[in-house]
Design a protein around this ligand. Structure first.
Ligand code: NAP
Length: 290
């Protein structure tokens, strides 16, 4: 976006640890090709403890040797101290997943929230978003939960957070003081959904890794829990392609999806920040499911 006209070869990449299973190189390589741009997207593993390594590495962005970086576990919060300026979104969420240089300043943004919300809107149809009562239950209170909760609050949802460590959920609540009245906290595991709130939720989002490969027979919701079929289920886990949570929900007649759409959308939004070009989502999706 900022130096797009002067860059002839985009050096992009991902910092995190471990990175061997990342789908991001596939997605961004397809995006470069679809937008007719030269460049590559590399994996840069940086050890969780290696703060100095992280700091030194970011200097390559300052030196314009690298034009864009994504950040994943465990560095989404670690990078903040080395960034010159956070976007309002990254600041509110308290985590960075996208880094770039703007006017010689190292910028930190977060596209997870908008990536989630954009994909959520494909699942939740217009009638539901028009409902007066937009009530979501978020399972888990880790890094991705923060982005999801930020997105939901800004889209007008009431949010219940269920986590196994209640302090963690309370900490998230206190970081959104303007929305305090729309957040409630509960403890995991949930044995009876009706214990949570008299009004039913119309959306449940899993932000825990429960059900992720290799633990594909696990679900964050108990087996015997009966869900009314008007509840939408969004699972951030996208590996396997269909998690146990999503399989059971679909069998029950609920609209449900895994987080592959969010993964693609957050990647595409980062790519737009770096290059100013809008990669066609359908092509990126095809690349990943092939
Ligand atoms: P994280 O920061 O480690 O947070 C995970 C959360 O889940 C923590 O609150 C953790 O609680 C909780 N948790 C873990 N195991 C649990 C269990 N057995 N019972 C109850 N709670 C449990 O991880 P994250 O970055 O948020 O990522 C979470 C998942 O989302 C991963 O599977 C990741 O692949 C996926 N994700 C997908 C996308 C996408 O684009 N689709 C984006 C980001 C993340 P404790 O703190 O108590 O352990």
């Amino acid at each position: 976006m900022h130096h797009a006209s002067r860059i002839t070869h985009y050096q992009l990449g991902l910092i995190g640890y471990p990175l061997s299973h990342s789908l991001s190189p596939k997605i961004h390589t397809a995006a470069l090709k679809a937008c007719d741009l030269e460049g590559n997207y590399s994996l840069f593993p940086i050890h969780p403890e290696d703060k100095q390594g992280l700091k030194d590495f970011l200097n390559q962005v300052r030196a314009k040797q690298i034009h864009g970086l994504n950040v994943t576990i465990p560095h989404k919060q670690n990078v903040i101290e080395f960034i010159d300026e956070l976007t309002p979104t990254a600041k509110s969420i308290g985590a960075v997943n996208t880094i770039y240089l703007k006017d010689e300043k190292l910028m930190g943004d977060n596209t997870d929230a908008m990536g989630f919300l954009t994909d959520l809107k494909k699942l939740v149809n217009k009638e539901t978003s028009k409902q007066v009562n937009k009530s979501a239950l978020v399972l888990g209170a880790g890094g991705s939960a923060r982005a999801v909760i930020y997105a939901l609050l800004n889209d007008g949802w009431n949010v219940a957070i269920a986590s196994r460590r209640v302090e963690q959920a309370k900490e998230i609540s206190s970081s959104f003081p303007n929305h305090a009245s729309r957040i409630t906290n509960y403890q995991l595991p949930i044995t009876n959904l009706t214990d949570l709130q008299p009004s039913t939720f119309n959306l449940i989002i899993n932000t825990t890794p429960i059900g992720m490969t290799p633990n594909i027979n696990e679900s964050p919701l108990p087996e015997n829990l009966s869900l009314t079929s008007n509840i939408f289920i969004y699972d951030l886990v996208y590996n396997p392609r269909e998690t146990k949570l999503i399989k059971s929900a679909k069998q029950n007649g609920n609209h449900a999806t895994t987080g592959l759409g969010m993964l693609i959308e957050q990647a595409a939004l980062s790519f737009e920040i770096w290059t100013g070009k809008k990669p066609p989502r359908e092509i990126l999706y095809q690349t990943v499911v092939e």
